[in-house]
Ligand binder design. Structure first.
Ligand SMILES: O=P(O)(O)OC[C@H]1O[C@H](OP(=O)(O)OP(=O)(O)O)[C@H](O)[C@@H]1O
Ligand SMILES: O=c1[nH]c(=O)c2nc[nH]c2[nH]1
Ligand SMILES: [Mg+2]
Length: 166
């Protein structure tokens, strides 16, 4: 798999935008079901998974716990917990939900655990896109998406200054 590029652009996402996009994802998924339940990839997948579970009226929810980034620095994807309680087998009829796919490394690991599950994310970058079955918004590979739980309101540099690298 090709290596990721540096993050030159920033794409902040508000709670409202995330809610709207997660609901858009639920609309795309409703006709592809019925779904037995959701496997959320922690931690980023938890928030969209909750919104999608509410919209699709799914109450069977489990997690796979994967960690691969220290902020913007990628490490090997570490599986801290697999699927345990859900009895999801090979994943047939199950949704895997994550906030985004970037290089696709996390998706590769989780797809191996649940090969027949439907993998859905709110955001996708080009390297990871082929690994996702359904997503809503694509951003370029050199963009860092800032999720609402990771950010707070503060002064932002005018684009012209950012562009000059000031
Ligand atoms: O496609 P990839 O290059 O593997 O990157 C995507 C993964 O990275 C982030 O999770 P992270 O490991 O940062 O953990 P977190 O969800 O707990 O923040 C994000 O939530 C995805 O799960
Ligand atoms: O908050 C995040 N934004 C991103 O763009 C990203 N890519 C991998 N992991 C990520 N986490
Ligand atoms: Mg994650």
């Amino acid at each position: 798999m090709p290596e990721a590029v540096p993050f030159n652009k920033h794409f902040p996402v508000s709670w409202e935008e995330l809610h709207r996009n997660a609901k858009a994802l639920a609309w795309r998924l409703i006709d592809k079901g019925p779904w037995k339940g959701i496997i959320a990839i922690t931690r980023g997948g938890l928030v969209p998974a909750a919104i999608i579970a509410r919209e699709l009226e799914l109450r069977m929810i489990d997690t796979v716990c994967v960690s691969s980034y220290d902020h913007q620095n990628q490490r090997e994807a570490m599986v801290l917990k697999g699927v345990e309680g859900a009895n999801a087998g090979d994943g047939e009829g199950w949704l895997i939900i994550d906030d985004l796919v970037d290089t696709g490394k996390t998706a590769v690991v989780v797809r191996k655990m649940l090969p027949k599950a439907h993998f859905a994310t709110v955001y996708a970058k080009p390297l990871g896109r082929p690994l996702v079955d359904t997503f809503i918004t694509e951003v370029s590979q050199d963009t860092w998406i800032h999720f609402p739980w990771d950010i707070e309101l503060q002064f932002s540099q005018p684009i012209a200054k950012q562009h000059r690298g000031a």
